[in-house]
Design a protein around this ligand. Sequence first.
Ligand code: 13P
Length: 252
Amino acid sequence: MSRKKIAAGNWKMHKTFQEGQGLAQEIRTMANTEVMNGATILIFPPYIHLQSLVRQMEGSDIGVGAQNIHDKEQGAYTGEVSASMLTSIGVRYTLVGHSERRQYYNETNESCAAKISIALKHGIIPVYCIGETLAERESQAHFKIVEQQLSALSGLSREQLANCIIAYEPVWAIGTGVTASAEQANEMHAHIRSVLSGMFDEASAEGISILYGGSVKPDNAKSLFSMPDIDGALIGGASLASRDFIDIAKSF
Ligand code: 13P
């Protein structure tokens, strides 16, 4: 997979089944009838929507992904969903290591590495989420934290890395209305590429899509997307309104 322009919507824990169907239909119609500037659109709804939205998006270029994946093949893990369950309904993407999962569900770089590995084994593209907290940025630890988070990729081959997407989401910018400036975001994206270049090689680092996430809206998307190392966005709140989500996707 080479670098793509990607607008990805993370619905988090929002939308009933019926609301989700309505939102997805609006997104599909707008993406089909408006000029999209070559953006790939991905949506990450809660589990209950996955099977119907995969079907609803058949025949379109819109991809549907899970927000989480379990790191074991199967077994006594009440409440969890496995990679083969996801592929059995046609899911081809999953988020891994979103900061909310790290914060509330104790996900670590090690558990993320296991999730990335099982996703790739099953042909699912992981969108690996990384990013520092406000305290970490204020103490100038942000580059180091992101480097540690990237260590979850260290066991991958170059071919496997090429099937991953990275999302840089500074925790202080998520749901706060405070966006990283385009320069701040690009600085970190360039740093991520340089770390990956050391771990793999320059071509691998240049080839991977790196999305920015954190209060992306229609009015700031253009300046973020104009930066050389920002390939797209992982959008929370604004992905719950079809007009805003599509307007962001049209900002490339
Ligand atoms: P917001 O766009 O609501 O800040 O959320 C970003 C995010 O966490 C996407 O995964």
